[in-house]
Design a protein around this ligand. Structure first.
Ligand SMILES: CC(C)(COP(=O)(O)OP(=O)(O)OC[C@H]1O[C@@H](n2cnc3c(N)ncnc32)[C@H](O)[C@@H]1OP(=O)(O)O)[C@@H](O)C(=O)NCCC(=O)NCCS
Length: 144
């Protein structure tokens, strides 16, 4: 298993991976292509035996970075791959000079909340009824 920066050829597979996970952001190919070309974004992928199994996106606004997406392929979840990918995200953000990683997650996404808490993120705020399904957004931070 290894992580690396995303390449244009990865993006159609990333779209499919997000489609299989309804709680992922569901970005379009065009949006991912724009982000890949953006100076402010870092897109990372996780590969296992040459097969894409995870994706994460960072928006870097020094001295902070926002984790705007993290997804592990549906059939590969619960095997520690998310934790490995988050480790890579943390190293990437720290190497860019970020002192803090922030994110927002739906209060209805219990698995993701547990995942972030187990990685050390702390809830620092809440936006009521933020998402289309009426769920709150939980704002979380991690010091790097
Ligand atoms: C959230 C996500 C990235 C976690 O990746 P993962 O590879 O499944 O997680 P890991 O196997 O690395 O789990 C690490 C820890 O997270 C927690 N966790 C992960 N999945 C969980 C679940 N379904 N229920 C409860 N806790 C969970 C556990 O504490 C786990 O540690 P443990 O196995 O020692 O108990 C993955 O489930 C996913 O892609 N979900 C769909 C997309 C999404 O909702 N992304 C977040 C919003 S953008």
């Amino acid at each position: 298993m290894s992580s690396r920066k995303a390449r244009p050829a990865d993006l159609p597979e990333v779209v499919l991976m997000e489609r299989e996970c309804p709680t992922a952001p569901q970005w379009s190919l065009a949006q991912l292509e724009r982000d890949l070309a953006s100076e402010r974004c870092r897109l990372l992928v996780l590969e296992d035996a040459g097969r894409l199994c995870g994706f994460a996106a960072l928006l870097v606004v020094l001295p902070e970075a926002e984790l705007t997406s993290i997804v592990v392929r549906h059939g590969d979840q619960g095997r520690g791959l998310g934790q490995a990918l988050l480790g890579r995200v943390r190293r990437e953000a720290a190497s860019l000079g970020c002192g803090k990683l922030s994110l927002e997650v739906s209060a209805a996404n219990a698995a993701a909340l547990r995942f972030y808490e187990s990685a050390g993120f702390k809830a620092v705020g809440r936006r009521p009824k933020y998402y289309g399904d009426g769920s709150d957004a939980v704002l979380m931070d991690l010091a790097l």
